[in-house]
Write a protein that binds this ligand. Structure first.
Ligand code: ZN
Length: 200
């Protein structure tokens, strides 16, 4: 097992779930299905966790930012408070559902492993789009990640297709991503560009 450090950042006002969240992150990382003969865990990794309140800032979504990994082997994991309480009332009683959290974290770590640890994914020197193109690329990448997570996937193919439909990404394209037709960041970007080009 690799040394993984989990720090908690601002926004986590109560700290009541820190130990559980830390345990879930460590456990999911150590058994993550994306590790293989060629994709190996880093020597060390610090994950800074922020817990955000969707009711104060509706742009706060569960997500991961790993730009700092290439500088100091760290990543920032933002967890939307609602995701901690998936399937139960977020108000009363306060609770976390580890199984749901495990899937959400497995997905976010999937982005990190693809981008930072899998050379074949070709993220390091790829062009990173912004705006709508980035959203479409993420729709495709999310589908590619969940397909490979198996029983750890937070969403089904149908759910990923529904999510992408609001950006008018064709369902068959999300299915092609699910079937691992786009295995690198540049090919995911190319497929995303085709969708946005079709519209203009
Ligand atoms: Zn994602």
């Amino acid at each position: 097992m690799m040394p993984i450090r989990v720090d908690f950042r601002a926004g986590n006002d109560t700290h009541q779930f820190d130990n559980q969240i830390q345990a879930v992150i460590t456990d999911v990382f150590n058994k993550h299905p994306f590790f293989s003969q060629t994709v190996k865990p880093p020597h060390c990794l610090t994950i800074r966790v922020s817990i955000g309140d969707i009711f104060n800032d509706n742009r706060f979504n569960t997500s991961i930012n790993y730009d700092s990994f290439f500088v100091d082997q760290s990543a920032d994991l933002m967890i939307e408070k609602l995701d901690l309480h998936h399937g139960s009332s977020p108000f009363n009683p306060p609770s976390i559902v580890p199984r749901c959290l495990e899937k959400i974290i497995a997905h976010e770590l999937g982005h990190f492993i693809d981008a930072c640890l899998d050379q074949a994914f070709q993220y390091a020197h790829a062009h990173r789009p912004s705006g709508n193109l980035r959203m479409i690329l993420n729709d495709l990448w999310n589908s590619y990640i969940d397909a490979r997570l198996g029983s750890l996937a937070p969403c089904t193919l149908q759910e990923r297709q529904q999510e992408a439909a609001c950006r008018r990404v064709p369902a068959p394209l999300i299915e092609r991503a699910w079937n691992s037709e786009f295995k690198t960041y540049p090919t995911l970007l190319g497929a995303a560009r085709d969708v946005s080009t079709l519209r203009t």
